[in-house]
Design a protein around this ligand. Structure first.
Ligand code: GLN
Length: 485
């Protein structure tokens, strides 16, 4: 099945004329038609344009760049010229917002000849850990369709795991690339804050949002990162720190690499299979020549509470622009301006977005900003310091991605705090602005994937990719495919 290719396999096949880009694109389309009725990973299909583009690429015949002719899917928060971009929210879906421009990342991928085939499902404005808050309904996990694919980039992770595309783009504010990648048994990379451009990606929490790839292999993560990383004049928070050659970092050699296992990430009551898989992964790396030591990140327990102050605060500000005046949902016959805003926003936003606007407005309000928002900013600094100190002793840090494998659809619907706790291992890195990735490291007895998280120093995606690649080459978890369709 051509759509099961990794980027590097597809590139080899294209270069040696074993297949054409059109065949590759049509294989992905065929796969979407076969399985997406069950999974609901895609919310917009751009197939005609994709086939036309593939024909152009084939006619040109040059397959010099690794992404030329390769089909990909994009989370529905990335603006793409002429393509509906709704953040899976009724506030933008009703009048089907079609942006007049490409986000920087999509522009960079298209400049390399990659072919956009559609948009993927997400929690509304990326708020959630299960893709259940989407106005298009839940995305199902390809390994067990009674379970969630994770979130918020659940559509992208399920799409990659089910071979509906060769790779996909996600966003990670508080785990939304790593957790769905972990739940679906694929690889996902949260980049250093500022490494990749947020220009043209709908903001959730601007000081925490990052964009990155979800792929079938670690090498593929390196390939996509190479194409999208680096300073963007259109995003003032991107950095001019040089972008290294990420593929060159994939040496397979981890001799002397110092690994830390933080005791705060192995908590009482955590799933034994998850803990076992992660500890075994550390042993695998040790056998390859790395050293493993126990470390402490003492402020870890504050990461998720801090995140759920800062994130909603920024959400409450970012959501203000959806007022129904310039674009998006509108209402008829308003009594006055206030009535217009109230009805647009009451009808347009779902419950989780409203909850965060209210929490954030409260945390930022005059009487409470010192007690909540400013306090949380201080704690954020303490969490960052924990990592700064740890990275003096070790080069990478390992942990589980999530406390359990994928949960069943509806398990947390009535309990927002239980949903927030899904991020318990994923918010510290966000507070520190460091890169982290998720790589498959085992399966539960119920045949559900388990993810290993590898964290690194700021700007040092190269080292976590190197460690993940060595681990991946030594294990076979990434080669397993869900039995679907
Ligand atoms: N689960 C987290 C939240 O709901 C992560 C979201 C994200 O990374 N976009 O905020």
């Amino acid at each position: 099945m051509l759509s099961a290719f990794t980027i590097s396999q597809a590139h080899e096949a294209l270069k040696s004329k074993k297949c054409s880009s059109e065949e590759l694109v049509r294989a992905c389309i065929g796969r979407v038609e076969a399985v997406d009725g069950t999974l609901n990973a895609l919310v917009f299909k751009n197939f005609d344009a994709a086939v036309a583009k593939a024909k152009e690429v084939d006619k040109d015949g040059r397959f010099d760049l690794p992404l030329r002719g390769i089909p990909f899917l994009t989370k529905d928060v990335y603006c793409e010229e002429g393509v509906p971009t709704t953040a899976c929210s009724n506030v933008l879906r009703h009048k089907e917002y079609r942006p007049p421009f490409d986000s920087t990342t999509i522009r960079r991928l298209k400049a390399q000849g990659a072919i956009s085939i559609g948009k993927t499902n997400t929690d509304e404005f990326t708020m959630g850990a299960s893709t259940e808050t989407s106005c298009y309904g839940v995305t199902r996990n390809p390994w067990d369709t009674s379970r969630v694919a994770g979130g918020s980039s659940g559509g992208s992770a399920a799409g990659v795991a089910a071979d509906e595309c060769i790779f996909a783009l996600g966003t990670d504010t508080g785990g939304s690339i790593r957790q769905p990648a972990g739940f679906c048994g694929v690889a996902g990379l949260r980049t250093t804050y500022g490494r990749t451009s947020r220009y043209g990606v709908m903001s959730m929490a601007s000081s925490l949002d990052t964009i990155g790839p979800i792929c079938k292999s670690i090498e593929d993560l390196a390939i996509v990162l190479q194409a999208i990383a680096g300073k963007d004049p259109l995003d003032g928070t991107t950095s001019a720190v040089p972008v290294p050659d990420y593929r060159a970092a994939l040496t397979g050699d981890v001799k002397g690499l110092r690994i830390g296992l933080p005791k705060e990430y192995f908590i009482d009551g955590m799933n034994a299979e998850v803990e076992g898989a992660v500890r075994t992964a550390a042993t695998v790396l040790e056998h390859l020549g790395a050293t493993v030591t126990d470390i402490s990140l003492p402020h870890t327990k504050y990461a998720t509470p801090t995140y759920y102050i800062l994130c909603p605060s920024e959400v409450s500000s970012n959501m203000a622009r959806y007022d129904g005046v310039r674009y998006g949902h509108t209402v008829e016959k308003p009594k006055n301006l206030l009535d217009y805003y109230q009805r647009v926003r009451s009808e347009g936003f779902g419950p989780e977005v409203k909850r965060r606007i209210m929490i954030g407005t409260y945390a930022l309000s005059a009487g409470y900003a010192d007690a909540y928002y400013r306090q949380a900013q201080k704690v954020r600094t303490l969490i960052k310091r924990d990592f700064d100190e740890a990275f003096q002793e070790v080069d990478i840090i390992l942990s589980p991605v999530s406390p359990t494998p994928a949960f069943t659809v509806g398990a947390h619907t009535d309990d927002p705090v239980a949903m927030y706790l899904e991020d318990v291992f994923l918010d510290g890195q966000v507070m520190a602005g460091i890169p982290a990735l998720s790589v498959p490291c085992g399966f539960s007895k119920e045949n559900l994937p388990i993810g290993l998280q590898i964290m690194g120093r700021q700007w040092d995606e190269g080292t976590i990719l190197r460690a993940a690649y060595a681990y991946e080459q030594a294990t076979e978890w990434h080669t397993r495919k869900p039995a679907l369709g």
